[in-house]
Design a protein around this ligand. Structure first.
Ligand SMILES: [Zn+2]
Ligand SMILES: [Zn+2]
Length: 432
């Protein structure tokens, strides 16, 4: 018989628990996502965690890092293989086509928020299970106004979260026509410098040349700086689209810079691409750019790949773990609002019996009541009340049960009175 393996009491690599003490910051974030999305007329959409593998092969592209090596693929027993969703946009596009959402008023503005999965090497701000909020505008015209509306909702959300020194890095990666010309130019430039660039970049030359521009390897930085810029090769249509987007951004006084190194790694993007950064203080006290808090762009080609060409779309996704880390790093504190509460204390078996019914009655009517009824002594329960920060205590002992009464004590001043049980609710409501 196989030897029993020792159980590993550790969450899976790159995946994390969110403990009760962390929930308040997540609650705040999720609430802000919902409020901001609704203010800009985005409706919520939810898609399943599992999708068919082919959706991402077609949508994101087979030669991308995500599809090549970062997906969690489930073993299949016949039929198509399924994956844990590595991103949200493809699934929303799938839902748009599947449910005929082109028939409702266009463009469709939707948002989603939830967990995504990529098999990457975990590092600061990068996890194998991570959370994103995504905003998409699908259908309607190929109008730069929608690119800007996506930028607006993303910036508003980050500003509402009190993140400061935000800036958008914008680029255009052109359409199939101008991008093809540019790619040739870029490859020619890199071919002459093959020996000076990193191994990954040598691979990128064959598979995904645009990604040469977002290489983070020190070796490649100088060469990158001298590379031809896609902006110079944009066709008149793409160049006007970018100009229009920038004009709107300027009108809105959103800080931005044109950054030719923003290429986003996925096949489905065309035209506008952007990423959002925040300036943060490093541990050494220097001002540096945060890792990208999110990014997005126009992805008309996704619908071509999924068989519904001619559908225009633009969107963005924000990394929630990164936002939370930046909120903490920049000292954005999230105050915990402590509501006044009352603490129920019971002493003895009879009091416990009566107390559990009283607890249920008070919760039912919306009273903020806490308890620690598993503890028996008065002093232990008073300590628990103190830990919970309760303002008032209701103390029910043998004598009180007998007299159908209860003691109401002010835990801050120590003063107390005895009241009839039937008057508890009215009295408490007045106090809280
Ligand atoms: Zn073009
Ligand atoms: Zn490189």
């Amino acid at each position: 018989m196989a030897k029993k393996q020792k159980i590993k009491l550790h969450s899976v690599k790159g995946m994390h628990d969110t403990l009760p003490s962390e929930q308040f910051i997540w609650d705040k974030l999720r609430k802000e996502i919902k409020n901001t999305a609704e203010a800009y007329s985005f409706s919520r959409i939810d898609t399943p965690i599992l999708e068919n593998l082919s959706l991402f092969e077609r949508g994101i592209g087979e030669e991308t890092d995500i599809v090549e090596k970062q997906m969690f693929v489930l073993p299949s027993s016949g039929g198509e293989r399924m994956v844990l969703r590595p991103e949200g946009t493809s699934a929303i596009a799938r839902a748009y086509i599947q449910h005929g959402l082109s028939r409702v008023s266009q463009p469709l503005k939707v948002y989603q928020e939830g967990p995504f999965f990529r098999h990457e090497n975990p590092q600061a701000g990068r996890y194998r299970q991570f959370h994103q909020a995504g905003f998409e505008i699908i259908g309607g015209e190929n109008d730069p106004i929608y690119d800007v509306q996506i930028i607006m909702v993303v910036m508003r959300l980050l500003r509402n979260l009190k993140l400061k020194n935000l800036s958008i890095h914008i680029n255009s990666i052109g359409c199939k026509t101008c991008r093809t010309i540019y790619k040739k130019k870029l490859l020619k430039y890199y071919k002459n410098r093959k020996k000076q660039i990193c191994n990954d970049c040598n691979k990128r030359m064959l598979k995904n040349p645009l990604r040469l521009l977002d290489c983070k390897d020190d070796k490649c930085q100088e060469i990158k700086k001298g590379a031809p810029s896609v902006i110079d090769d944009l066709c008149s249509f793409c160049s006007k689209h970018l100009r229009d987007v920038l004009e709107y951004v300027e009108e809105l006084k959103i800080p931005y810079q044109i950054d030719p190194s923003i290429v986003r790694g996925l096949d489905y993007y065309n035209g506008t691409v952007f990423e959002v950064f925040s300036e943060v203080k490093s541990p050494e006290g220097e001002i540096v750019l945060s890792p990208a808090l999110g990014g997005g762009g126009r992805y008309n080609y996704l619908f071509n790949a999924l068989g519904k060409g001619g559908t225009y779309a633009v969107g963005a996704a924000l990394g929630l773990e990164r936002i939370i880390e930046t909120m903490k790093a920049t000292g954005v504190n999230v105050p915990i609002i402590k509501k006044k509460s009352v603490f129920l204390i019971t002493i003895g078996a009879e009091a416990k019996k009566k107390g559990i019914v009283l607890l249920e009655d008070l919760i039912k009517t919306g009273v903020n009541i806490k308890e620690s009824m598993g503890k028996n002594s008065l002093s232990a329960q008073l300590r628990a009340a103190d830990k919970k920060g309760a303002t008032w205590a209701l103390i029910l002992g043998q004598k009180e049960v007998f007299k159908e009464s209860i003691i109401l004590r002010n835990l801050k001043t120590g003063s107390q009175e005895t009241i009839f049980l039937k008057n508890v609710l009215a009295k408490i409501k007045k106090k809280l």
